[in-house]
Design a protein around this ligand. Structure first.
Ligand code: URA
Length: 291
């Protein structure tokens, strides 16, 4: 392949990646990007973006291309930020006690992983145990409910359609999948993707609590209602809880909608973006040592 072809391919990749990101911002409900983030003085009108013109371009490579490009945190901080709506909730004493009691002690992530296969009866039927993955000292941890079919087949969390959307959410806040730690409350797939039972969740919680103890994230994002119930025994629905910070053993927790829900109700992406802006602001505050 000559240099000219390489250049053309790089250019095509860049165009596809930009298109994908602009479409994603569109879906998030953004209408304009401030001129200070652009070379030109004009507002970039994202809402009227004519993506059709680009439709001739091969779209099967979109996901791969998108992974290569992430907006910088500076760029994202140009979007209006809102006051954090922090509702400090202390950990119920029953949870505190149980999380300490069920701590597995000072284990490494591979050691915790090696214990998982025996956690609950779901693991007897699973193809693979799906343990957390990512940066073992990540600032940001995402917690989902339980593996689905693709996760069960591959042994990796969030690799199906919901996972691809989660990758985009992570990219929108200026991070890569490898920068964060991604895990689930339950480590084996429930049959037909049913919600895990309380017993199954309780059996798996020690692994989750220990992952948190080892990774020591500065901030946790819980996806959907299940992980918030697991961490803090909060029983309210995600529509009520999302968008406000909770506290798990001193770690701020931001509940937001599960990406699988966003695939069914895409207009809720805007609210997830609001939540992610709060996450970015809070992380910046924590890094500066303010919180
Ligand atoms: N949904 C989850 O909650 N976790 C996964 O790993 C995949 C889908």
């Amino acid at each position: 392949m000559n240099n000219h072809q390489n250049l053309n391919e790089d250019l095509l990749a860049l165009i596809l990646a930009i298109r994908s990101h602009l479409e994603f911002y569109q879906q998030l409900g953004l209408t304009h990007i401030e001129p200070t983030s652009l070379a030109s003085n004009k507002l970039l009108d994202v809402s009227s973006l004519d993506t059709k013109k680009l439709d001739d371009l091969k779209s099967e490579t979109l996901e791969d291309m998108t992974k290569k490009i992430t907006p910088s945190t500076d760029q994202l901080s140009l979007f209006e930020t809102e006051e954090n709506n922090q509702i400090p909730l202390s950990l119920p004493s029953s949870k505190k006690a149980s999380s300490i009691k069920r701590s597995l002690g000072k284990l490494t992530l591979p050691e915790i992983r090696s214990e998982v296969g025996h956690c609950c009866q779901l693991c007897n039927q699973a193809t693979n145990v799906v343990f957390g993955e990512g940066n073992s000292s990540a600032e940001l941890m995402f917690i989902g409910e339980a593996p689905g079919a693709e996760e069960d087949a591959t042994g990796r969390p969030f690799v199906g359609a919901a996972g691809r959307l989660l990758d985009k959410i992570i990219a929108a806040i200026g991070l890569k999948r490898e920068d964060v730690y991604i895990t689930n409350v339950v480590k084996c797939r429930p049959p037909n993707n049913r919600k895990p039972t309380n017993d199954e969740m309780e059996s798996c919680e020690p692994f989750l609590f220990n992952e948190i103890e080892v990774v020591k994230p500065k901030l946790i994002v819980t996806l959907g209602a299940t992980p918030l119930t697991s961490l803090l025994n909060v029983k309210e629905g995600i529509t009520k809880t999302r968008g406000q910070f909770y506290d798990f053993n001193g770690i701020p927790v931001m509940p937001t909608f599960h990406p699988a829900f966003l695939l069914r109700v895409p207009e809720k992406k805007r609210e997830v973006w609001e939540d992610m802006k709060k996450v970015m602001t809070k992380l910046q505050e924590i890094r500066k040592g303010n919180k």
